[in-house]
Design a protein around this ligand. Sequence first.
Ligand code: LYS
Length: 884
Amino acid sequence: MREGTAALIHRADYQQPAYWIRKVELTFDLDPAKTIVGSKLQIERNHAVPHGPLRLHGEELNLLRVLIDGSSVSFRQEGHELIIESAPDADFLLEIRSTCAPEKNTALSGLYTSGGSFFTQCEAEGFRRITYFLDRPDVMAVYTVTLRADAKKYPVLLANGNLQATGELDNGRHFATWHDPFPKPSYLFAVVAGDLVTREQRIRTRAGKDHLLQVYVRRGDLEKTEHAMNSLVASIVWDEARFGLPLDLERFMVVGVSDFNMGAMENKGLNIFNTSALLASPATATDTDFARIESIVAHEYFHNWTGNRVTCRDWFQLSLKEGLTVFRDQEFSMDMAGSPSARAVCRIQDVRALRAVQFPEDSGAMAHPVRPDSYSEINNFYTATVYEKGSEVVRMYQTLVGRKGFEAGMKLYFERHDGQAVTCDDFAAAMADANPGSPLASRLDAFKRWYSQAGTPRVTALGEHDAAARTYTLKLRQHTPATPGQADKLPQVIPVVMGLLDRHGQALALDASGATERTLVLEQAEQSFVFENIEHEPVPSLLRGFSAPVVLDDGLSDAALLVLLRHDSDPFNRWEASQRLALNRILAALRAGQPLVLSSAFIEAMRAVLRHPDLDPAFKELALTLPGEAYIAEQLDVVDPQAIHTAVMSAQTQLAAALRDDWIAAYEANQIQGGYTPDPVSSGKRALANLALSMLVLDAQTTGDTVWPGKAYQRFKDASNMTDRFGALAALVAAQAELAAPALERFHALFKDDALVIDKWFSLQARAPEVDGKVFARAKSLLQHPDFTLKNPNRARSLLASLLLFNPAAFHRTDAAGYVLWAEQVLAIDALNPMLASRISRALDRWSQLAEPYRSAAREAVARVAAKPDLSPDVREIVERALA
Ligand code: LYS
């Protein structure tokens, strides 16, 4: 059912439910057209709140009957609620029978079918599309679930917890009963039924308990599950070693599904994964895919404690589990990477992603605090702010209390809250109470502004050297810009990890102890820090490791940045210096409206990085990759996407030409002999070789050289793994080389039966650097490709998110054709899958920052969509916020 403007739900209005559900018994008679769900709920009144009617959520359900303690009862249905006025005061048993239609469920929320099997997705509010319930995370119950289905079509029947019974039924049907001993909120419920195969492994945890691990996938995909299984085992080992958190279930299952709205879901003991976040083989997945799978498998597994054992009281607290779990998966990936420089590479990649997506979010119409104050559709708040900025907030706790202190805080958090549904405040209190006397404990209230204030703080640093007094005074200032609904902000608590270097790059002692690194805590609008015994003007290295999610303006000259790039002991800041040098050039050209000319100092610095004997290839690749167009746009008050693209392309062409011989050397030096492994060292080499190749093919387009495009084509044909093959293909496509077309055709023919690879094929074409509107035209024509469909979220995203969200120069056109396409596709997808439509609709939530003529045309497109009466609440919320 569709409604007009959806109502806002406010965090301040939270109230406990009027009833608790303690036990749930569900039976499913599975049928794609009409599944019958029987539910028996043990309910008791919550005496802590005023007496009221029992109001159960239910959507898209067909109600058959309602009984209380075996007798019929009067009830009414209002909107998405089933209301029973006269529920008993004493504990009672509520029985409900209803049906739903899984095969018609294109929203992929609740119970749905995909590839002939049944799957569920309940977070945040999908359970109410399965049966009537108090579908809110603070209602935790023990579930017993019986699945009945055709034994031939659905030989595998899975639900949360432990398998209790199985057996045959009449008419070729069979059943399985599962019991989950852990009380859980409904959003963690899951069932799966289908014709699936499984990879199994047994492990023993430290306590000597045996556990069964299973990865379920479609027939034919089994050989692509080894990496996921290895990642799961590594995650289990890591969580026990790092945080003392063991696996608490006899059996832990992971299931892959091709139709899924996001990456994966942490249902208790039965994680469900988008196949794109699960399946990998060297021939079909890139290094990036391998790393992403490892981190998502870990993320969902880590939720078993941070999310499942301790869950959220209400959805405003989403970052309590997501920010914390992203932090945990980032730490895991770093620990898995091993060497300090491989750890830094992980950190750099995480920060790059934060800046590319969360920073723009935080300065646009959808800006919201890590703990939002209101929403109309909770699905719209599974955002980079809640996840990635939330993770940065957790990281700052660790910076302020230390690694040991953080572990102590986690321990106290679980001692206090295991089995409960709690808030971000509870987490903060545990961290502070476990670390009395820490810089966190004394400033906890101010620190918690990170949860309540939206917007990215701007920190300005000004250093002053007093030669006579031999002191260096560092003045730090902070300011957080206004965001929708929050005009004035208070100062935040900002940990600034820093050091000072002399002109030659030598680290200076910061105090009498000789320490060369310190964490300054900036907590006022303006604060000065004085360093003694500083002979000469130093070069400050601030915000090492990106110690806080802020924008830093330290006004460093190119000369100072070059010192940092060459000598800083902090690899993150070395990388940052490379990015700042490039960014300064690009911004200067854009602000002056002049063509970009790279200075020879910059080019020589980049050459030195490329030639450096000790730097890792992975680091070199990151340092030599120019800042992304979205991040550049962030630095400007008025954004002209075409001008930004032209400047970046020009910088790239110049780097390609000026370093040609070094690119050749780097390409040749980074070839790997022998079999494929996705370890950080090999993937770093492949990344640098791929960057070098793309530079050489790009340069060949200018010079008319045919050797490098030919070599790229050869590599594309002969590659023994997807990273090399796709890298070569991407080089040809990005340069618009003549060989791109035959390569694309060949690639499609080779992989036509592998949906995940065909997604890459679409995405590569839609993300290619725009030249004269060709990329847009090609992407538009791909909408008609027989392999394209809006119904599969991975496929829809591969073409449309790539074009509309990640290719600004192809999307923002002076003729507004991009906006017309946006409106058309958002509406078409909204009719099928509101969650997906809403994601795509966000491509225009920053229209007001655009330069003309983009600005007016974009606004018009948003207004046109907003004028449609039957939008989903999901899309409605996005377009209305955009226009507000
Ligand atoms: N909790 C899931 C995760 O691990 C995502 C659920 C998204 C629900 N709309 O990130």
